[in-house]
Design a protein around this ligand. Structure first.
Ligand code: NAD
Length: 272
């Protein structure tokens, strides 16, 4: 029996990357899944893989979210899982961000999550069961240059997650995931076109590799399952340990070891 047997799920941003991986994993674990994405063809293609539903929706438009969630719940016979995952990123210095771009990033990444919550919560309360996972980011936890509105939105998602958990227990559990560097269409150019960037990222990750969409999808499935029935209002960082860096002595052990190895090699050379 799957971890999500009998559940009815909506995954926003389910047409690509981590959302697509999560929609597939949820279906594998026995849930009915509705894939929601601004890219209707991508949503349709992912849903077709497991016989799911799909809806073309811009999560920053309330009427679209409200109507699509109502239609999905009607088609599936209810709604017990929501993965609020749609998002867009940017890399621009704060002073160069036009107000329209600021607004768009906030609208999709933060207001879109609010709209998802607003549409899903009454249905979940009526059905007596709700598990929600919002996608934040390590950028919402630790400052990251070039990402001012994105980081602000993601920090807002973490706060919204905690508020939802406070307001809607015991029927609904609400948690967030904060991915680190994950190789998806969103990060593909950043990781592959900037010379040395992939290796630079790997160096910052104690587990020694950039994340894959399934690394996050598995955590989302777990957070929606009964195995995490007492986890509520938390932000689970899924970054291979990247955020652990930053102490004053960060990296010094490896640096000293390298120096000692060099000294040892020199001594061995002198003696030889
Ligand atoms: P992705 O670009 O592969 O997927 C994002 C999906 O969201 C796409 O299918 C896109 O069409 C959809 N989308 C964008 N705007 C939308 C809108 N207005 N309405 C509905 N759908 C919309 O990216 P991904 O890396 O899988 O990102 C998924 C989530 O993870 C995002 O919230 C992103 O901010 C977050 N995240 C990503 C990383 C990473 O390293 N990739 C790290 C931290 C957080």
């Amino acid at each position: 029996m799957g971890l999500l047997e009998g559940h009815r799920a909506i995954v926003t941003g389910g047409g690509s990357g981590m959302g697509a991986a999560t929609a597939r994993r949820m279906a594998e674990e026995g849930a009915q899944v509705a894939v929601v994405d601004i890219d209707g063809e991508a949503a349709r293609d992912v849903a077709a893989e497991f016989g799911g539903h799909f809806h073309q929706v811009d999560v920053s438009v309330w009427a679209e979210v409200r109507d699509a969630f109502a239609a999905a719940a009607e088609a599936m016979g209810g709604l017990s899982i929501l993965h609020n995952n749609a998002g867009v990123s940017l890399s621009t210095g704060l002073e160069d961000i036009e107000p329209e771009l600021w607004q768009r990033i906030i609208d999709v990444n933060l207001t879109g999550v609010f709209y998802g919550l607003k549409a899903a919560i009454p249905v979940m309360l009526a059905g007596g069961d709700g598990r929600i996972v919002n996608t934040a980011s390590i950028s919402g936890v630790r400052a990251s240059d070039g990402e001012a509105p994105y980081a602000a939105a993601k920090a807002g998602v973490i706060a919204l997650t905690a508020t939802t958990a406070l307001e809607h227990g015991p029927v609904i559990r609400c948690n967030a995931v904060s991915p680190g560097t994950i190789h998806t269409p969103m990060t593909h150019q950043f990781l592959t076109l900037i010379p040395g960037m992939y290796e630079h990222q790997v160096k910052k990750i104690p587990l020694g590799r950039v994340g894959e969409p399934d690394d996050v999808a598995d955590v989302v499935v777990l957070l929606c399952s009964d195995l995490t029935r007492y986890i509520n209002g938390q932000n689970i960082v899924v970054d291979g340990g990247m955020l652990l860096h930053g102490a004053g002595s960060d990296g010094s052990l490896f640096w000293v070891r390298e120096l000692l190895a060099e000294q040892e090699a020199r001594r061995a050379g002198d003696e030889g």
